[in-house]
Design a protein around this ligand. Structure first.
Ligand code: ZZB
Length: 258
């Protein structure tokens, strides 16, 4: 599986566990299949209870992601030595909640890392970039946080880091409109980020329709079809060093003996 790795630059001051990286560029790195949606980023998701690492890449930058994905990166030329993570620091998601970030192509000057409990440790980097206009999971999680004060208190989320960021119409999808995730969320009567089955169904619908029929509403490729510009947008993010290619090894299927 080929992902686009989006580099979300942490704005100083760095959190205390990472303060010794002062002077180096520090990024939360998110794996996505939809680089064309980066115009709609409103925040970044981290799992508060998941373990993450920070490590120094061969370019001298610092990346934060799960250890599993960091090791994958080290075998894909991201580090000086295969299988070795330089200056590796262990973190939990809580350590990197509420950080200010600069996200490529997002019209918001600065966005923030917020908690999402459905992030899986065994997929991507464990860091997820949030596009609530086109991702039902992101829309559901954002609504949950906005509607549930106990959740906000538990994770000490400042209101302005959550309420200042509206979903942005970036892709027009015939029949689903310009905020397709919200439309499908409402159509399927999804209640929360824990409605996993319905959210999977919503994701399948939005993925398919968005890819085949979606038309860009913003950016350099405004008016063109998503399937025609996805690769071009990915390449331009890579050119400007705001993204990289990251491969996820296929899951090993352990065969039973006999
Ligand atoms: C931005 C984005 C915009 C995404 C969108 C989706 C959509 P897949 O197909 O299952 O591989 N993601 C990445 N890593 C994780 C994780 N560890 N746990 C939970 N979610 C994760 O799904 C890949 C997508 O799932 C990624 O692409 C990421 O969200 C999220 F408009 O990034 B995406 C209809 C979906 N739209």
């Amino acid at each position: 599986q080929e992902y686009t790795l989006i580099k979300m630059k942490v704005v100083v001051p760095y959190p205390s566990k990472l303060s010794h990286f002062k002077g180096r560029d520090l990024y939360l790195v998110a794996a996505t299949l939809r680089p064309e949606t980066m115009y709609g980023q409103t925040n970044c998701w981290v799992h508060p209870d998941l373990e993450y690492v920070a490590f120094v890449t061969s370019k001298g930058e610092v990346f934060v992601c799960t250890k599993r994905s960091a090791l994958n990166m080290s075998y894909q030329g991201f580090t000086n030595e295969e299988g070795v993570l330089e200056c590796c620091v262990s973190l939990t998601g809580e350590d990197i909640l509420g950080l200010g970030l600069k996200a490529p192509l997002s019209p918001y000057m600065m966005i923030y890392s917020l908690p999402m409990l459905s992030i899986r440790a065994d997929k991507g980097t464990g860091i997820v970039t949030s596009v609530p206009s086109d991702s039902p999971d992101d829309y559901a999680c954002l609504l949950d946080l906005q509607n549930k004060q106990p959740l906000r208190e538990k994770y000490r989320i400042d209101d302005y880091k959550l309420f200042s960021f509206k979903p942005i119409p970036i892709i027009d999808v015939p029949e689903l409109g310009t905020l397709s995730a919200q439309v499908v969320y409402e159509r399927l009567k999804i209640q929360s980020q824990n409605d996993r089955e319905k959210l999977q169904e919503a994701k399948d619908i939005v993925y398919l329709k968005g890819f085949y029929d979606g038309v860009m509403l913003v950016g350099l490729h405004k008016g063109r079809k998503v399937q025609d510009v996805k690769k071009i947008i990915q390449q331009s993010l890579i050119q400007s060093s705001e993204a990289m290619i990251y491969y996820e090894p296929e899951k090993l299927i352990v065969s039973r003996s006999g």
